[in-house]
Design a protein around this ligand. Structure first.
Ligand code: SAM
Ligand code: SF4
Length: 431
C-alpha cells in the first residue's frame, strides 16, 4: 500500500511543479513514506534523516516531510526530537501535502497533519490522474481496519474501514490500463471487507474484469472472516482472477488466535481453505505468521507447524511478535526472545522445505508468465506466473507486457528459470 501511496504522492506534487529525482544530492524536498507495522520503523526514520544530513552538510537544508504510519503514530515525538524534520503527514492526510510544501518553501512553520480525513483524501486524489505505468500496478480500494487484532497498529494508524466508490475505481483502473498495466492488484488492509453501498469485492472484480486489455486481477490482503461465498465463486467465474490467495492466519493454535482477537479458529480457517480448493482445485495459498506471541508455548507452536504442513502454503511471511506501542499486546507478558528466535528458525526451515518441494514440482512443466521488465543486458526478462512466482527467461524478442507460455527448467527459493515454448497462451491455464 505504501508503494501505491508513494506513486500517488508523486502524482500530487507534480501539480506544484515538483518531480522525482534519483539524485539524492539535488532534491529540494524529501518525503520519507514510512511503515509502522513492526519495530525499528522509527529508528529507520532517524537513520534515513542522518543520511540526508550528511549529503546536505555544507548546503541549505532540504524540506523534510515524514509521511505514512510512523508519522501518524509518532508524529509529535518526531517533530520534537528531530529538528531537521519540517512536517509529519499521516496516511489519511496526503491531500494536505502540496499546501504544506508551499508553506515550507517559505520556511513558515512546522506542520503536523495527522487527522483521519479519508474521504477528503480520496476526493482530492480522484481529481488527479494516476500516472503509474507499471505492467503490474497496485490500486488501493479499501483502507483501514475495524478488527483490532491485539498486536496490530493498523486500526490506530490508518483508521476505520473505508471503501472507495466503484465508479472511481473503474475510472482509475482504466487509467492504469491505458498507461500500460496488464495486471492490477487490488489493495486493502482488509481487502475482502470491501463494501461500497452494499457492492462487495466480487462485484468490483466483475466490473474491472470487463476492461479489455487488462489480463490479470489479484487482491490482497484478505481476512478469513470476510471471505464470503460470492468471493469464493468469483474465482470460478472470472478467468482474469489469479488462483493465488494471500490469507494470513497468524497462528495454528486456537488459544493464541483467541488471545490475539483474530475472530477465527484454526477449524474455520481450514474449512475455508477446503471450500476454496473444492471450488477451484488449482488454487494455492500464502500466509502471514506471528511467532512468539505472548503466551505461546511449545504445544501452540507445534500446532502452528502442523497447520503450515497441512495447508502446504507456497509462500509464507513469518516474523517474531513485535510489541507495538499503544496496542493491547504491547503490555502482555513477552515470551523468552531466544525461544521465539529458535521457533522462527524452525518454522522458516519447514516453510522453505515446503516451498522448495512445490517449486521442484514445477520443473519441466509449463506456466503462463506475464513479463514486467528486462534485466541486465543479456536479453533476460523478468515476469511472474499465475502464482506470483518470479520467472526469468532469455529471449531475443522484447517480452515486456506480454503473457507467454514458459517451460520451467530450473529454479531456487526466489526465482524460477524457464524457456519460451512455441505455444500461444490459453486462458485459465494453471501450473
Ligand atoms: N489485515 C491482514 C490480516 O489481518 O490478515 C494483515 C495486515 S498486517 C498490516 C500485515 C501482517 O503484519 C500481519 O498479517 C501480521 O502477520 C504482521 N504483523 C502485524 N503486526 C505485527 C506485530 N506486532 N508483530 C509481528 N508481526 C505483525
Ligand atoms: Fe491488523 Fe489485519 Fe488484524 Fe486489522 S485484521 S488489526 S489489519 S492484522
Amino acid at each position: 500500500m505504501n508503494e501505491y501511496d508513494s506513486n500517488r504522492i508523486y502524482d500530487l506534487v507534480k501539480k506544484i511543479n515538483y518531480k522525482k529525482t534519483n539524485n539524492i544530492h539535488e532534491a529540494d524536498c524529501y518525503v520519507l513514506n514510512t511503515c509502522h507495522i513492526r519495530e525499528k520503523a522509527t529508528d529507520k526514520v532517524y537513520h534515513d534523516i542522518g543520511r540526508v544530513k550528511k549529503v546536505f552538510k555544507n548546503k541549505n537544508k532540504p524540506i523534510i516531510i515524514i509521511t505514512g504510519c510512523v508519522a501518524q503514530a509518532e508524529g509529535e515525538v518526531l517533530l520534537e526530537k528531530e529538528k531537521y524534520i519540517d512536517a509529519v503527514i499521516g496516511p489519511q492526510s496526503y491531500q494536505n501535502l502540496n499546501e504544506t510544501i508551499l508553506k515550507l518553501e517559505k520556511r513558515i512553520i512546522k506542520v503536523n497533519s495527522t487527522n483521519f480525513d479519508v474521504i477528503d483524501k480520496f476526493d482530492n486524489l480522484n481529481s488527479i490522474k494516476n500516472s503509474n505505468n507499471k505492467i503490474s500496478s497496485f490500486l488501493t480500494i479499501q483502507e483501514g481496519c475495524d478488527k483490532f487484532c491485539k498486536f496490530c497498529v493498523v486500526p490506530y494508524t490508518r483508521g476505520s474501514e473505508y471503501s472507495r466508490s466503484i465508479k472511481e475505481l473503474i475510472r482509475e483502473s482504466i487509467d492504469l490500463v491505458e498507461n500500460g498495466a496488464k495486471e492490477i492488484t487490488l489493495l486493502g488492509q482488509n481487502v475482502n471487507a470491501y463494501n461500497f453501498g452494499g457492492k462487495k469485492l466480487s462485484h468490483l472484480i466483475n466490473e474491472i474484469s470487463k476492461i479489455d486489455k487488462l489480463e490479470r486481477i489479484r487482491y490482497t490482503t484478505s481476512h478469513p472472516i470476510d471471505f464470503s461465498e460470492d468471493l469464493i465463486h468469483a474465482h470460478l467465474e472470472f478467468d482474469k482472477l489469479m488462483p493465488m490467495i494471500h490469507l494470513p492466519v497468524q497462528s495454528g493454535s486456537n488459544k493464541i488466535l483467541r488471545s490475539m482477537n483474530r475472530k477465527h479458529t484454526v477449524e474455520n480457517y481450514l474449512d475455508l481453505i477446503d471450500k476454496l480448493k473444492k471450488n477451484k482445485p488449482s488454487i494455492k495459498f500464502s500466509s502471514d505468521f506471528i511467532i512468539g506471541f505472548p503466551g505461546e508455548n511449545d504445544i501452540d507452536f507445534q500446532e502452528t507447524l502442523e497447520l503450515l504442513k497441512k495447508v502446504e502454503f507456497i509462500n509464507t511471511f513469518s516474523f517474531i511478535f513485535s510489541p507495538r506501542p499503544g496496542t493491547p499486546a504491547a503490555s502482555m507478558k513477552k515470551i523468552d526472545l531466544d525461544i521465539a528466535k529458535e521457533r522462527l528458525i524452525t518454522f522458516q526451515t519447514v516453510a522453505q522445505d515446503i516451498k522448495m518441494n512445490y517449486r521442484k514440482n514445477l520443473f519441466n512443466k509449463k506456466s503462463s508468465v506475464l513479463f514486467e521488465n528486462a534485466i541486465g543486458k543479456k536479453m533476460n526478462y523478468f515476469g511472474r506466473d499465475e502464482y506470483l512466482n518470479s520467472v526469468i527467461v532469455r529471449s531475443d524478442e522484447n517480452l515486456i507486457g506480454k503473457t507467454k507460455e514458459v517451460k520451467i527448467i530450473d529454479g531456487n527459493q526466489n526465482t524460477l528459470f524457464g524457456e519460451l515454448t512455441q505455444n500461444k497462451i490459453c486462458k485459465g491455464f494453471a501450473a
